[in-house]
Ligand binder design. Structure first.
Ligand code: FE
Ligand code: FE
Length: 256
């Protein structure tokens, strides 16, 4: 991995450390279940992709040590990097969409409940999760069930059965579930699960399908990360290409 990115020791943004302290304290089984009940009914509003992108133009991600640009800029940079590599349209579209779940901030959700790396809850927190030392503040820490390696789950049950810490990945996966190919949905759903896709943790909960899907999650990761070094994208110049791509693959409005 290019060491200029995800260097949390550099103290480039002290807010990143403060972010993970809150995230790891509050993301427990009860919290995740409550947020899934609150948001996964997708009955808040109907909204097109372009409207959601417009909102993300106002959002800077506190968990990200690598960029101070808006999330719209980040999505366009990611899509452009995928396009420049000659990757297929569905992959470019996934790059453009992958962080749209951050519209959760639109409904007043704090960033620690929207962004940052994700990890399973309901089983032992792996020390390969970033800032794992803060898990000692989590109510599930040392729980007789949730504190064990398998916790609530059967070994090899597959990640679809696993409650992940709540955030933009699972939320956007549900919004797009009926509209994108399986590989794209895996990227959306697990792109923040760095402990698994980049550190090899939580293999014992995965099944064969997950291992196949994670080929794509890992293929996506460099575009998400390394495109951040570039200059801000020219939104007006790029809009026609991506509007057309969105219009061809997705309905005019999605249920959020
Ligand atoms: Fe993301
Ligand atoms: Fe991203």
């Amino acid at each position: 991995m290019d060491t200029r990115f995800r260097d949390y020791g550099a103290e480039r943004r002290a807010s990143v450390r403060a972010f993970y302290q809150l995230n790891h304290r509050h993301q427990c089984v009860d919290f995740v279940r409550a947020k899934r009940r609150e948001f996964l009914s997708l009955d808040r509003r109907r909204m097109g992709v372009w409207e959601a992108l417009g909102f993300l133009d106002t959002l800077v991600d506190d968990s990200d040590p690598d960029t101070e640009l808006s999330q719209l800029a980040h999505l366009l940079q990611t899509a452009q990097a995928i396009r420049a590599a000659g990757q297929p349209e569905w992959f470019q579209l996934t790059g453009l969409l992958h962080d749209l779940g951050k519209v959760l901030c639109l409904w007043g959700e704090p960033q620690w409940a929207v962004v940052g790396d994700t990890f399973p809850v309901g089983c032992r927190f792996d020390e390969r999760v970033v800032f794992a030392e803060y898990f000692t503040d989590n109510p599930d820490w040392g729980d007789p069930v949730y504190g064990t390696a398998n916790g609530l789950y059967e070994p090899g049950c597959g990640l679809d059965q696993v409650l992940m810490s709540w955030g933009h990945d699972e939320y956007l996966y549900r919004v797009l579930r009926d509209h994108l190919p399986r590989e794209a949905l895996a990227i959306v759903r697990y792109h923040s699960f760095y402990a698994a896709h980049s550190q090899g943790a939580y293999q014992h909960l995965m099944n064969e399908q997950d291992r196949a899907d994670f080929h794509w999650v890992r293929a996506f990761q460099p575009y998400d990360l390394y495109s951040k070094a570039e200059d801000p994208p020219d939104v007006a110049a790029l809009a026609p290409y991506y509007r057309e791509l969105v219009d061809r693959h997705l309905p005019a409005e999605l249920q959020w």
